[in-house]
Design a protein around this ligand. Structure first.
Ligand SMILES: N[C@@H](CCC(=O)N[C@@H](CS)C(=O)NCC(=O)O)C(=O)O
Length: 229
């Protein structure tokens, strides 16, 4: 096992969050290098083929990219194992790790240009949350996590998006997750998990809100109203 781990990150990136949750679940000490999204350093561009975060650097020499590959690597090499032992169940978990539709939905909601655009994006998010509710109905356990009592890589994959849905909802209530009781219960368990909380910057919600202003997002106009509540 490497003795040094460095995670190259943007502070609000949900894909980085996924990798950081796995590092936290494994009890690994790691450094985070927050790089400037608008001015990515040359050393980073050399090790990230698509110029994206996360990249995990092992012992200052080996760089891994793609959050799912990073999560799988960590799971194969460091206890406790987060993937289920049963091969079929593991394949099903891997499928939901590859296909994380709500990641793009929350980004699309955040980037909505106006109310009409938001309504279109809301509809798309709703359809995908309905599918997720269906997957939870078929998972064969009562939670609180995807595989039941044990936290898994699927939980690490969905926690970042479900947390951001929650932050969005607090700012601009879109009332989606409330319609899906299994997703809501899963979300509640995930956002209360120590690894999910500790793997973002302190005061993450404030930072997330600040970035809406910095990026000139339409929904940022509701920040004053939310703050006044
Ligand atoms: N499939 C990638 C997605 C990573 C990703 O999209 N990262 C975003 C930040 S949240 C990024 O670096 N975007 C920069 C860009 O697109 O130029 C993964 O799972 O690691």
């Amino acid at each position: 096992m490497p003795s040094k781990f460095k995670l190259c990150s943007f502070k609000t990136c949900p894909w980085v969050h996924r990798a950081a949750i796995v590092l936290q679940e494994k009890g690994v000490d790691y450094d985070i290098d927050y790089i400037d999204r608008d001015n990515r350093p040359d050393w980073f561009l050399k090790i990230s083929p698509h110029s994206k975060v996360p990249v995990l650097i092992l012992d200052d020499e080996t760089a891994l990219f793609e959050s799912n590959a990073i999560a799988e690597y960590l799971d194969e090499t460091i206890e406790p194992r987060l993937h289920p032992a049963d091969p079929i169940r593991r394949a099903q978990n891997r499928a939901w790790n590859d296909y994380v539709p709500i990641f793009s939905d929350i980004t699309h909601l955040t980037n909505a240009a106006d109310k009409a655009d938001l309504d279109v994006r809301r509809k798309s998010a709703d359809q995908r949350l309905a599918k997720l509710e269906g997957a939870l109905q078929l998972r064969g356990n009562d939670g609180p996590f995807f595989n039941g009592a044990d936290f898994s890589l699927v939980d690490a994959s969905y926690a970042p998006a479900l947390l951001r849905f929650t932050l969005f909802d607090r700012l601009y209530p879109i009332g989606l997750i409330e319609n899906y009781p299994l997703v809501r219960a899963w979300r509640d368990a995930l956002i209360a998990r120590a690894s999910v909380i500790k793997s973002v910057v302190p005061d993450f919600e404030d930072y997330w809100r600040e970035q809406l202003i910095v990026r000139g997002r339409w929904v940022a106009q509701y920040l004053g109203a939310a703050a006044a509540e």
